[in-house]
Every structure is written in structure tokens, then in C-alpha cells.
Design a protein around this ligand. Structure first.
Ligand SMILES: NC(=O)c1ccc[n+]([C@@H]2O[C@H](COP(=O)([O-])OP(=O)(O)OC[C@H]3O[C@@H](n4cnc5c(N)ncnc54)[C@H](O)[C@@H]3O)[C@@H](O)[C@H]2O)c1
Length: 333
């Protein structure tokens, strides 16, 4: 069967982090395109497990979806669970996400993002069927830098500003070595502040929405300095089938961002407009681990996959707030 992308036959995809925000959207899109998805996730309680289970509930009606609860940081867990499944592609998104929490619980980042990443690569190394591994990296690998022009994949990235960033950079390095040693074809995806419905409760747009709708004040850290290249989740997942289907010659990394940064003030305004309420804000200094700005140069992904994000912040935030109101109602009934 050919997906609507028309690129190739059906892929048998191992998707790690399937109960997570991006993983859930990616799974839904790949399933709708006719691919088979084996989702894995350890359903940890970094944020609401109810939200993770509710996302999975949306996926279970697809006959081409199966879910296995497992921890990728456990040696051999993936191999045991998938010993009889001929996986052709891996979309590795499972990770301990969040910059600020990495100051509080550093070990969970090493476990999931370094040990877990290695275990995914080991599974690919010993598999006889895996053709291509695509994995999530992050804009945080670029560290603190001026953002007059977009960050390029070829820029030097050696100054991570947080442990989270350091683990994402480590993942890229592990991947590079496995590509060279074992000819495992890989694509690294540097995501830039992805947001949207079914999003992550630890992220600013969720917290602002929650507080504004509850009539509570919000806290802004260094709002006059902060800019983010907010990227709508549908713009990302739309490109994944063609990206996965295109096996690279060895290991290649792409920025997946909006390439149009917005200030923190603009984010607040977008949430206020969508909520129909003004926020009362407390201003605090920049937080340790945070960088001031992110800005993706996406010319490589555009050239290779036609990646062309089109969702403006106000539109995407309105979609999120609409979903959030429904989610809140569901939680309260
Ligand atoms: N959302 C963003 O803005 C953003 C930006 C840059 C990079 N990323 C990266 O994209 C990926 C997906 O992020 P997300 O926003 O969907 O985060 P998320 O936290 O919603 O999803 C990650 C999922 O991985 C699972 N997980 C964590 N550790 C695991 C383990 N050891 N074994 C099995 N499952 C485990 C979690 O339970 C969660 O469901 C991550 O790799 C993240 O670092 C996200």
C-alpha cells in the first residue's frame, strides 16, 4: 500500500514515546497514512499519566496500532518485546523532556536520553530488518547564542546550557558513532518548541492557558529577552512519513522549526486573545538552563522534504486553547 505521500510501501514503525505529545500526533498521522505502528512508552509520571492514557485511547481504534508498555532504558527490553516483529523503521521520540526539570532530576535524563538512546541503537544494530532510524534531538543543542539569523545544522554545537541539552547532544553523538560503526542509517530531528492540542503541561503555553482561564497570575521569566521559534505540531508530523521513507546515506540532522520566532510577550498575547481574558503577570529573571532565543534555519528540510510550516502562533494557540477547554471539561465531569 502506498501512503498519500506516494513515497513507498507500508512501513512497520517502532515509535518510542507513543503516549507523549509529539509521539501521539506522529502515531496518528502515520497510522492514518496506512503504516503499521508499534508504540512503546513507560508512561512515567513526569506529567499527568491520565493525559498519556487519554492520548493512547485515541490510537487504539486503529487496527494497525499496537502498544507495549516498556522502559527503553532497561537493557534488552525492546529486543525482548519485539523479537517477532519485523520493524523496518524507528521513530525514536521517547525522552525525559524539559529544560528546568533537568536541574532537579538529572539522573532521569541520563537514563532515558542517553542509556535509552543507546538501547534503541543496539536494537537497530542487531535487527535484520531496520532500514532507518529517525530520532528526536532539540533546538537546545544550539545553546545560548545571538539569533539574528537562523541556526544552521552545520553550526558548531558544543556549549549546551542545560543537562537536557547535553543529553540531546549526547544522543546525536551516539547516533553518529553507530552510523559509522554499524552502517545504521539515521536522521536526527532538532525540534524547536513544538506546541499544539494534546500538548505538554510543563510548557509555558499550557501553564499560561491554565492560569489565565483560572483567573490566576502568570509568572514570566525575563520576558523582554525571550524569543522562541514556536512550531505547530501538525506542521512537524505532516513531514514525518516522507522523512522516514527517505533513508539517508549515513547520518544527517535537520532543524524542524517554524523559522519565524515570536517573543514571550507575543505568546502571552496569543493566549490572552484565545482565552478572551487578560493576564496579570509577575516578572522574574531568566532561569538557569534557559536560553534567550531560538531560531531555525529550515532550508535543508525544505529542500529535502518540502518542509514548509504554515501555522501562525495565534492560529496554533487558538487550536490549543479550544482543545484545552474540552480537556478541562472532561477532567471536571
Ligand atoms: N515538545 C517540544 O517542544 C520538543 C522540543 C525539542 C525536542 N523535543 C523532543 O521530542 C521528543 C518528544 O517530546 P514531547 O514533547 O512529545 O515529550 P513528552 O514528554 O510528551 O513525550 C515523551 C514520552 O516518552 C516517554 N518516556 C520517557 N522516558 C521513557 C523511557 N525511559 N522509556 C519509555 N518511554 C519513555 C514519556 O512517558 C513520554 O510519554 C523528546 O525526545 C523531546 O526531547 C520536544
Amino acid at each position: 500500500m502506498l501512503g498519500s505521500t506516494g513515497y513507498r510501501a507500508r512501513m512497520n514503525i517502532l515509535l518510542t514515546g507513543a503516549a507523549g505529545f509529539i509521539g501521539f500526533h506522529a502515531a496518528k498521522h502515520l497510522l492514518a497514512e496506512g503504516h503499521t505502528v508499534v508504540g512503546v512508552d513507560n508512561l512515567n509520571d513526569y506529567y499527568s499519566t491520565d493525559l498519556k492514557l487519554a492520548r493512547l485511547e485515541q490510537l487504539t481504534p486503529f487496527p494497525n496500532f499496537t502498544f507495549i508498555a516498556l522502559d527503553i532504558s532497561e537493557k534488552g527490553a525492546i529486543d525482548t518485546a519485539l523479537s517477532r516483529t519485523p520493524i523496518t523503521h524507528i521513530l525514536h521520540l521517547a525522552a525525559q523532556a524539559g529544560v528546568r526539570y533537568s536541574l532537579e532530576n538529572p539522573h532521569s535524563y541520563i537514563q532515558s536520553n542517553v542509556v535509552g538512546h543507546l538501547n534503541v541503537l543496539e536494537y537497530a544494530r542487531h535487527s535484520k530488518t531496520v532500514e532507518h532510524v529517525a530520532y528526536a534531538s532539540s533546538s537546545s543543542v544550539y545553546g545560548e547564542r545571538e539569533a539574528e539569523v537562523g541556526f544552521k545544522e552545520t553550526d558548531r554545537v558544543r556549549e549546551p546550557a542545560s543537562l537536557y541539552a547535553a543529553t540531546k547532544l549526547s544522543g546525536e553523538m551516539l547516533s553518529e558513532s553507530y552510523a559509522r560503526l554499524y552502517d545504521i542509517r539515521q536522521t536526527g530531528l532538532r525540534f524547536f518548541t513544538v506546541y499544539g492540542p494534546w500538548g505538554r503541561p510543563d510548557m509555558a503555553y499550557w501553564i499560561f492557558t491554565e492560569k489565565i482561564l483560572a483567573g490566576e497570575p502568570i509568572t514570566l521569566f525575563a520576558p523582554d529577552l525571550m524569543k522562541r521559534d514556536f512550531t505547530y505540531v501538525d506542521d512537524i508530523v505532516g513531514v514525518l512519513p516522507s522523512l522516514l521513507a527517505k533513508t539517508p546515506p549515513r547520518h544527517i540532522i535537520y532543524n524542524l522549526g517554524n523559522s519565524a520566532p515570536n517573543t514571550l510577550h507575543e505568546l502571552v498575547e496569543a493566549v490572552e486573545t484565545a482565552c478572551g481574558q487578560k493576564a496579570e503577570a509577575t516578572i522574574l529573571p531568566q532561569q538557569p538552563g534557559d536560553v534567550r532565543s531560538t531560531f531555525a534555519d529550515i532550508s535543508a528540510a525544505k529542500r529535502e522534504f518540502g518542509f514548509a510550516p504554515k501555522t501562525e502562533l495565534q492560529t496554533g494557540i487558538s487550536e490549543f486553547v479550544g482543545w484545552y477547554r474540552e480537556w478541562l471539561e472532561r477532567q471536571n465531569t
